[in-house]
Design a protein. Structure first.
Length: 286
């Protein structure tokens, strides 16, 4: 089998400055207040930069957050924000596309996904999802999401997190994150087919190939190990189907260096600090 591979003024000072001049008003009626856009004093070192806050909330990556800000889909305390360098302060309320978000502390979970669990946050057909397998409070699940694709009939290593920036990089082709699969077929795979898996198998959107392909343990030719960095939809299954093989079982045994060792099928654990650092180094975040 392939080897594993400017500074912000304080609120008190700002309030005092605003109170130095107040125009006289007549009558007791007041017009409705319109939310003010966050002032320029926010564009400093206090708080968390807005795109980072959005990524930490698990909405998307920081680059994608910049696009949301540019399109006017982000509000702070009810006011639309279109300034990239805006900071979010502890008592601010942030909305993205009309939905309130919260930048929870980052969480990193490794799930040994079973078959028949959907790798998504919610399923419109109310089928069991990977989120249903996490025995944690619902409020802690809200910002979590699965990273990458594992189809319903595939088992194995699945990362679940709320770190939008890390997730975006792990899935980006630029970083060529390794994924190892164990494939069990109904019929024996011939040696020349192993070669084809490495050279490239014709698929509708272009050739799909493995970086490495080998028998797991001869003389068994129905169990193949693949190492890949590509990650197209159902790619492994489609590659074998293109060779005329039916897959009996498919398991991802390694994702970016993470394995399910010691984690029973359907169970999960939190990543250790050294594992998180290793993931971030792979995608140049450290």
């Amino acid at each position: 089998m392939p080897a594993e591979i400017p500074a912000r003024k304080g609120r008190k000072g700002a309030a005092a400055a605003r109170s130095t001049h107040r125009p006289e008003t007549s009558g007791t009626s007041k017009s409705p207040k319109t939310p003010k856009a966050p002032d320029a004093a926010r564009n400093g070192n206090d708080g968390i930069r807005l795109n980072r806050y959005i990524a930490r909330a698990g909405v998307c990556s920081r680059r994608e957050a910049d696009d949301l800000i540019k399109r006017g889909l982000v509000k702070i305390n009810g006011a639309r924000v279109q300034e990239f360098f805006t900071s979010v302060l502890p008592d601010d309320t942030v909305e993205v596309n009309g939905k309130r978000i919260s930048a929870s502390p980052h969480a990193y979970i490794l799930l040994n996904k079973p078959k028949d669990a959907i790798a998504t946050k919610n399923d419109p057909r109310n089928r069991r999802t990977v989120m249903d397998l996490l025995a944690i409070p619902e409020k802690d699940k809200r910002s979590l999401f699965p990273v990458g694709r594992l189809d319903r009939d595939t088992s194995g290593v699945l990362l679940i997190t709320n770190d939008g920036e890390l997730a975006h990089r792990l899935m980006h082709p630029r970083y060529e994150v390794d994924k190892l699969y164990r494939v069990c077929t109904r019929a024996a795979v011939k040696p020349h087919e192993i070669d084809l898996l490495k050279k490239g198998v014709p698929l509708e959107e272009g050739p799909g190939k493995a970086d490495e392909a080998a028998y797991v343990a001869l003389p068994n030719r129905r169990e193949i190990g693949l190492r890949m960095h590509e990650g197209r939809n159902r790619q492994v299954r489609r590659m074998f189907e293109a060779l005329g093989h039916e897959i009996a079982a498919l398991e991802r045994v390694n994702y970016a260096g993470l394995t399910a060792k010691g984690v029973r099928i359907g169970k999960w654990r939190r990543l250790q600090p050294f594992e998180i650092r290793r993931l971030k180094r792979q995608v140049h975040m450290q």
